[in-house]
Ligand binder design. Structure first.
Ligand code: ADP
Length: 260
């Protein structure tokens, strides 16, 4: 898919520069970081700037190499081969973006090995065909190294096949800019949301498996901007998604009610 309009992305470090150099040098890229920190948005932004099509696959525990490479299908009484998103990207010189790659089945990692080194090939075992990647093909994957949150780990030998970029929660002024740009929320309310996020992120004692992401703040800002009450918006868009524990939720509510 070609991206038609420039996706807004607030650059937070040298990630754009690194991505461009990787594209130039045909190096695979691994985006590391918690959910909701702008990894997918960043890839879409870069795809637009590099004028490349992008195939995104949200990997989960059932994602297999067949899902990525392709399969035989029956159409109108005939058996035909249908390329998967990875094969399409390899042939067309597009970006493949494997979101949460560590969640996929181990045969996915095996299938991508020859793509992520000097060979830049894939092997379609069902067709007995090896395909060399188009010169413009770019491999991008994301991974959440949230050991405590029950995410799967990526083997060091796989990690070492990539140039890696870490994504963190933005600092307060950057996060406010993202909120205002994304949602049109007024700066005063935006600032309060960002402060709530900072406060909760620093509450390590609550042992939240995942803390407040920029995505949750964007959701809350959208609800407020649309006219939903501030406290209710914070409750539904920020607090409830963080925990199912009644006591933890009450503690979070007590803190955020003082701040909004
Ligand atoms: P991830 O892929 O890391 O889970 P996303 O890219 O889906 O996260 O980001 C979630 C949302 O947060 C985006 O849709 C966007 O609204 C917002 N966002 C986060 N970081 C940024 C950023 N640096 N620039 C612009 N928007 C951002």
């Amino acid at each position: 898919m070609k991206i038609q309009n420039e996706p807004f992305y607030k650059s937070l470090s040298h990630e754009k520069e690194v991505f461009e150099h990787c594209a130039k040098n045909k190096l695979p890229i691994l985006l590391k970081g918690p959910t909701g920190t702008g990894k997918s948005r960043f890839v879409e932004h870069m795809a637009f700037h590099l004028d490349k099509a992008i195939y995104t696959v949200a990997c989960h525990e059932e994602t297999s190499s067949t899902d990525l490479l392709g399969r035989f299908m029956i159409k109108g009484g005939e058996t035909i081969w249908v390329d998967g998103p990875l094969t399409k990207a390899v042939k067309e010189g597009a970006i493949i973006y494997l979101d949460e790659i560590a969640e996929a089945r181990p045969d996915v990692i095996v299938a991508i090995h020859p793509l992520t080194d000097f060979r830049r090939t894939i092997y379609l075992d069902k067709l007995g065909e090896e395909i060399e990647a188009h010169p413009d093909f770019l491999f991008v994957a994301s991974y959440n190294p949230g050991y405590q949150a029950g995410f799967k780990e990526l083997k060091p030998s796989t990690r070492q096949r990539f140039v890696a970029l870490s994504f963190k929660y933005p600092n307060e002024p950057d996060e406010l800019e993202i909120l205002v740009q994304e949602t049109g929320i007024d700066a005063k309310t935006g600032k309060k949301l960002v402060k709530i996020a900072t406060k909760i992120r620093n509450l390590t004692t609550l042992r939240l498996t995942e803390t407040v992401s920029t995505r949750l703040l964007v959701d809350a800002a959208l609800l407020i901007k649309g006219g939903l009450g501030k406290r209710l918006s914070v409750e539904c868009a920020i607090l409830e998604p963080l925990s199912d524990d009644v006591d933890i939720l009450q503690a979070l509510r007590d803190i955020s009610n003082l701040m909004i």
